[in-house]
Write a protein that binds this ligand. Structure first.
Ligand code: MN
Length: 150
C-alpha cells in the first residue's frame, strides 16, 4: 500500500518519514491529521488512520468547517502512520516541495464504511463533529466529496 508513496520520494533528500506498514494499533483510538501544504498549489492534506496506513485526500480550499459545507477531496497515495507527526520543509526539486504545517490533529471514531461512504466523528480542536467522505461510483476514481454533517 505504500509503494506509490515510496516511489515518489527520495528519502535521502526529503525529511519525510520512509515509514513502514503498521501492524495496526488495535485498542488504540484512530487518529486523523490535516496538514496545510504550501506546495505549488496550496492545499490541505486530510488523512485518516485506516488499514494500517494514513488514507489521504487533498482538499484545495481547506476542510469544511461549517455544517452542510462540502469540498472536493482528491484521493492521493496512502501515507505511513508516522506521517501524522510530519511538519517541515520538503526541499525544492522533491515531490511536493514546500512547507508543511500541522493544521489539526486528533482522534476519530469510524461510524460507517461502505463502497461509497466513509462516515466518522472527529475529535479535533478545529475539526469536530460528524463528517462524511462520499465516493459515488459515477465519480472519477480519485474524486471524493467531504461534507460536514453535524
Ligand atoms: Mn500534499
Amino acid at each position: 500500500m505504500l509503494e506509490e508513496y515510496k516511489k515518489k520520494r527520495s528519502f535521502r533528500k526529503t525529511p519525510e518519514p520512509e515509514g513502514n506498514l503498521s501492524a495496526g494499533r488495535r485498542g488504540k483510538k484512530q487518529i486523523f491529521v490535516v496538514q496545510e501544504h504550501h506546495a505549488k498549489n496550496l492545499h490541505w492534506d486530510f488523512r485518516l488512520e485506516m488499514d494500517g496506513v494514513l488514507k489521504s485526500w487533498a482538499i484545495l480550499k481547506g476542510p469544511p468547517e461549517k455544517v452542510g459545507e462540502k469540498k472536493l477531496a482528491v484521493q492521493v497515495e496512502d501515507h505511513p502512520l508516522e506521517y501524522k507527526d510530519f511538519h517541515g520543509v520538503i526541499p525544492e526539486g522533491q515531490y511536493g516541495a514546500g512547507k508543511v504545517i500541522i493544521w489539526n490533529r486528533g482522534t476519530y471514531e469510524l461510524l460507517r464504511r461502505d463502497q461509497e461512504t466513509i462516515e466518522f466523528l472527529l475529535h479535533g480542536n478545529r475539526l469536530k463533529g460528524v463528517f462524511v467522505l462520499f465516493h459515488p461510483v459515477k465519480f472519477e476514481p480519485k474524486n471524493w466529496l467531504i461534507l460536514k454533517k453535524r
